[in-house]
Design a protein around this ligand. Structure first.
Ligand code: PXP
Length: 246
């Protein structure tokens, strides 16, 4: 059944857990396969400059094994752009990046860009990869994106997710207004960041919303819904051991 809204699942946080031990588990590739089985329409992964979670090996394997769309999130930096063009994901999602940030903190400044973003988009388009920009819901940013003829804009929902009280309505209004601008300019409307099981529905209900990218809340919930079974499995394993004399 075609989905009303596509769900992109960001598996970076599975890799964060793996990197806590710098070992092999949990493997984000296996997580991506399970996310597909759960109904994901796309798998999103961010190859950061500092490689703090997703690795070069991971991006190769995502593109080779994921059967739904692959969405490669990256900064406008020469080394990751070259990797992206080589591995050929379905989509490239350009984001700003700074080493100090805990997660992506704001949208790209495409309106004030000196040409770096335009050059990156040209390079990706030449490689046959669909392009998307992560932007704050600001009209001048959407106008600048439309001029670059990107395929999609992903609106930054972080401020909406953090808003409380009447500010929630205000933030939703900004998302809806800029969402309309995006669609009127012929681009696909995506959104993401900070969306969870409590706040997602009003964003999904925005006119023309085509795709939501969600990571932290889904990975967090998978720990909670999986904990009982994981402990029960270990319990069964221990109970199956028979020691002479006990
Ligand atoms: N979209 C972008 C551009 C992101 O950087 C992130 C976080 O990696 C997400 C969506 C998903 O955000 P969250 O993990 O808060 O659901």
């Amino acid at each position: 059944m075609p989905h009303f809204i596509d769900l992109g699942v960001n598996v970076d946080h599975v890799a964060t857990l793996r990197q806590a031990r710098r070992g092999q588990e949990p493997d984000p590739i296996t997580a991506a396969s399970l996310a597909e089985q759960g109904g994901a329409d796309g798998i999103t992964f961010h190859l950061r400059e500092d490689r703090r979670h997703i690795s070069d090996r991971d991006v190769e394997l995502f593109v080779q094994t994921v059967q739904v769309r692959t969405n490669f999130e990256l900064a406008c930096a020469a080394d990751v752009l070259a990797i992206c063009c080589r591995v050929q994901p379905d989509w490239a999602l350009l984001v700003p990046e700074s080493r100090e940030e805990v997660t992506t903190e704001g949208g790209l400044d495409v309106a004030g860009d000196s040409g770096r973003i335009a050059d990156a988009i040209l390079m990706l388009k030449d490689s046959g990869i669909a392009t998307s920009l992560f932007l704050d819901p600001e009209p001048n940013q959407i106008e600048a994106a439309a001029k670059l003829k990107v395929d999609a804009v992903e609106l930054h929902t972080g401020p909406y997710a953090l808003a409380r009280g009447t500010a929630v309505v205000h933030e939703l209004g900004r998302l809806a207004d800029t969402g309309k601008m995006i669609r009127d300019a012929g681009m696909r409307l995506h959104a993401g960041h900070g969306l969870n099981y409590v706040n997602v529905r009003p964003v999904a209900a925005i006119d023309g919303m085509a795709e939501l990218n969600i990571g932290h809340s889904i990975v967090s919930r998978s720990v909670m819904v999986g904990m009982r079974e994981a402990v029960a499995e270990m319990r069964r394993l221990l109970d199956s051991v028979t020691i002479a004399g006990r």
